[in-house]
Design a protein around this ligand. Structure first.
Ligand code: SAM
Ligand code: SF4
Length: 348
């Protein structure tokens, strides 16, 4: 990891420089994803190994520190924050952070949202709405309880369904995310789509990304979405639409269901040219790209002073290192993932 201590040392420690973040390729950074914990109550086979070693709790930033970091990003032009993980809703007292960040909606922040596996959603849905959250992403790869248990290693589909019900009752708009896996849910995507669209939810399908060691070979499960789309087009009429949610998905409208289907295709179609985001981990490490290893340590700047000048300078230095694009190629020579950290470290 590159350290940015040198540049912090040269920075003027004043709080005034909260200039917008423009990367070397002219892209404005307006979207921050925060992985609030690397822990999870599931072990999805494409995401984690069964025996994961998680960070010691003492290495985590406190929720107050995460709030301060997020607020520094809002001061520097971030309009949308997504809390993710690991499973964000398993972090103790996480609603404190939602509550604090929710206060900034309308004064700097346009949107606060979350990506969750849904397991804890039933008990948090109303409070999320109360904190100002209006749209959430729920990950759901199958509607079959046995397959659900298999893919998550120990998840309970009924709990997730309860969570979806509670979230809709609370007024939260849901987008479902499904990772498209060859030989696992490839034939089930039409059912997932009918389920989502029947309940007024968008569905987005995602290609598996080679991140972190897992217990199996991901290339066996890799399903190019171009193939999935061609298969779907045998039964459905898909029309490209310019709909955007600030994320990398490209959407089609499905005539037969009247709903929207999104495709996130990091491997078959690179979406980096319009990238507007950076990713913060629960230890205060900033990744300027999901698909690259370079990172900046913001924890040192955060703890160096109460004065946000150090922090703004460290963020500015990091943004100068935002790369043009990701490098998701599976390292076939050594048969290991291109990016060593798991998705749960930086969040999806
Ligand atoms: N635990 C929450 C969840 O599952 O929604 C949030 C974190 S999870 C890392 C975020 C998203 O990343 C999920 O939709 C998950 O399916 C997806 N994901 C995890 N590992 C992936 C991988 N290797 N390739 C593609 N998507 C992945
Ligand atoms: Fe947990 Fe989400 Fe990863 Fe599944 S995809 S193991 S729910 S972090």
């Amino acid at each position: 990891m590159n350290s940015n201590i040198g540049s912090i040392g040269r920075a003027t420690p004043i709080d005034a420089d909260a200039a917008p973040m423009i990367d070397p390729f002219g892209r404005a950074v307006t979207y921050l994803r925060v992985s609030v914990t690397d822990r999870c109550d599931f072990r999805c086979t494409y995401c984690m190994a069964e025996n994961m070693t998680f960070l010691p709790k003492k290495d985590l930033l406190t929720l107050e520190e995460l709030n301060r970091l997020c607020s520094a990003f809002i001061a520097k032009g971030v309009r949308k924050i997504r809390l993710t993980g690991g499973e964000p809703l398993v972090r103790k007292n996480i609603m404190f952070l939602f509550r604090e960040l929710g206060k900034q909606i309308g004064s700097g922040l346009d949107e606060l949202t979350v990506t969750t596996n849904g397991s804890q959603l039933a008990r948090h849905a109303e409070e999320l709405y109360d904190c100002g959250v209006r749209r959430i992403n729920v990950s759901l790869d199958t509607l079959d309880p046995d397959k659900f248990r298999a893919i998550t290693r120990w998840g309970d589909l009924a709990k997730v369904m309860e969570g979806i019900d509670a979230a809709q009752r609370a007024g939260l708009k849901i987008k479902l995310n499904a990772v498209a896996l060859k030989g696992f849910n490839e034939a089930e995507i039409p059912d997932l789509m009918r389920f989502a669209h029947g309940r007024g939810m968008d569905l987005t399908v995602i290609e598996t990304m080679p991140m972190g060691e897992i217990d199996e070979d991901r290339t066996d499960k890799y399903l190019p979405l171009s193939k999935l789309r061609a298969d779907l087009e045998r039964d459905f009429t898909l029309t490209d639409i310019p709909y955007k949610t600030g994320g990398p998905a490209r959407y089609v409208e499905v005539s037969e269901t009247g709903g929207r289907l999104g495709f996130i295709t990091p491997l078959t179609h690179n979406f980096c040219e319009s990238c507007n985001r950076v990713r913060l981990t629960c230890t205060g490490t900033l990744y300027m790209c999901l698909g690259q290893n370079d990172a900046a340590d913001l924890r040192t700047a955060l703890r160096a002073s109460e004065d946000n000048g150090f922090l703004h300078a460290a963020i500015d230095e990091a943004i100068t290192r935002k790369p043009k694009g990701h490098d998701f190629i599976i390292d076939r020579t050594h048969n290991r993932p291109a990016v060593a950290r798991h998705m749960s470290v930086t969040g999806g």
